[in-house]
Design a protein around this ligand. Structure first.
Ligand SMILES: [Zn+2]
Length: 373
């Protein structure tokens, strides 16, 4: 295991942060897999899973079983980790700018990348993929970060840019284990969903959020469109966001289970030598992110959830009540679709319009930006 420390731009006099990455296996020996955890800094179940994964990868490497390369960043957001305001941990947004740490990731423009490779494009899709990855790395290396936030994002992008497989480990507020990925990545990700026991898989090619996992697939689609059919490009990087349940679901048992599932997935891909365990069945078919029913509070009041997180609900089932102790009015909100109640709010008071939870649905009906702030 090699340890790499990348210094981030110092925000203020007398402070320095670094991004630490652990590198297993041999670059170029096989597939490159990039795994990062807790890009939203207050999502610690992911960090504990990454720690368990690090221990497993160290043993596997010592046994000579790592065939490809695995880059692991267990603490992907040292900036957000230090944001505590009046006792509240603010790990999702950068306190200075208000930017969500996992939105609007900057990537080189498709036209510029195509021009960068220029006359070197070939008829071989795999060679073209290699050329594209090289061009992305070159252009990222030429990018200049102006502050600590930008240098963090540039460091993460640079570590992941030439990976074949990207796993971005997060968690939700109160949630069952679920995944976000693209339809293009889904066939390759299905074994991971099975080993993890994912209770939901939400698919979108472009959710409008430009999240870390999504930009890699999106970029390849854009480059493919610029290149045209004459210049074929191999399948894009496989990328997924794993939501390791809710923020308070931190236990050795779940972290060990999830790390084991990731190892099984890597064995199955041939990145780790061994015999892959038989895949458990998929709990639910993947559904479009645009089919996810997203509840908001119609009025303010005390929140009483009627549905358990992870439950499969049928249209008309009660999801939650909002109780007004001044007027005695109890407002019940029901689901319009059948699906898994995969995440919900952590705080039991709602303001009018507060996001309250989501139920997956098989039929796409939403348009525009599909992810929350
Ligand atoms: Zn997150």
């Amino acid at each position: 295991m090699q340890t790499q420390r990348t210094q981030l731009i110092s925000t203020t006099l007398g402070t320095n942060r670094e991004l630490v990455s652990f590198h297993f296996g041999t670059p170029g020996a096989g597939e490159k897999v990039y795994v990062q955890a807790s890009l939203h800094a207050d999502e610690t179940p992911a960090m504990l899973t990454a720690w368990q994964l690090k221990r497993r990868l160290s043993t596997l490497e010592a046994d000579g079983r790592v065939r490809g390369e695995v880059v692991l960043v267990p603490v992907a957001n040292p900036v957000g980790l230090s944001q505590h305001v009046l006792g509240q941990f603010l790990g999702r947004f950068e306190a200075n700018s208000g930017h969500n740490f996992n939105r609007s990731f900057p990537m080189p423009q498709a036209e510029a990348l195509v021009a960068r490779v220029g006359t070197r494009w070939t008829r071989d899709p795999r060679e073209n993929a290699r050329l594209l990855r090289g061009a992305v790395r070159e252009m990222l290396a030429e990018s200049t970060a102006r502050n600590e936030f930008e240098s963090l994002r540039l460091t993460l992008l640079t570590l992941a840019a030439d990976a074949d497989v990207i796993l971005d480990l997060h968690c939700s507020l109160e949630a069952t284990l679920h995944l976000y990925t693209s339809p293009a990545s889904w066939p390759a990700i299905e074994p991971l969903a099975r080993y993890l026991g994912a209770n939901g898989v939400l698919l979108a090619t472009d959710s409008g959020g430009q999240s870390f996992d999504e930009i890699h697939t999106l970029l390849w689609n854009e480059v493919r469109a610029v290149l045209g059919e004459e210049t074929p490009l191999a399948a894009p990087n496989i990328a997924v966001t794993v939501e390791h349940r809710g923020q308070r679901d931190v236990s050795y048992e779940t972290a060990e289970h999830d790390a084991d599932a990731i190892v099984e997935f890597l064995v199955r891909r041939g990145v780790i030598e061994g015999e892959a365990r038989e895949m458990p069945p998929l709990l639910h078919p993947a559904t479009p992110l645009a089919g996810s029913e997203q509840f908001v509070a119609p009025v303010s009041g005390v929140v009483v959830y009627r549905a358990q997180v992870g439950a499969f609900l049928h249209a008309g089932d009660a999801v939650f009540d909002i109780v007004d102790p001044l007027t005695d009015v109890v407002t019940t909100v029901t689901t319009k679709n059948d699906g898994v109640f995969y995440m919900r709010r952590a705080i039991r008071f709602a303001y009018a319009g507060a996001p309250m939870g989501r139920v997956s649905g098989a039929t796409a009906f939403r348009t525009g930006v599909l992810v929350g702030a």
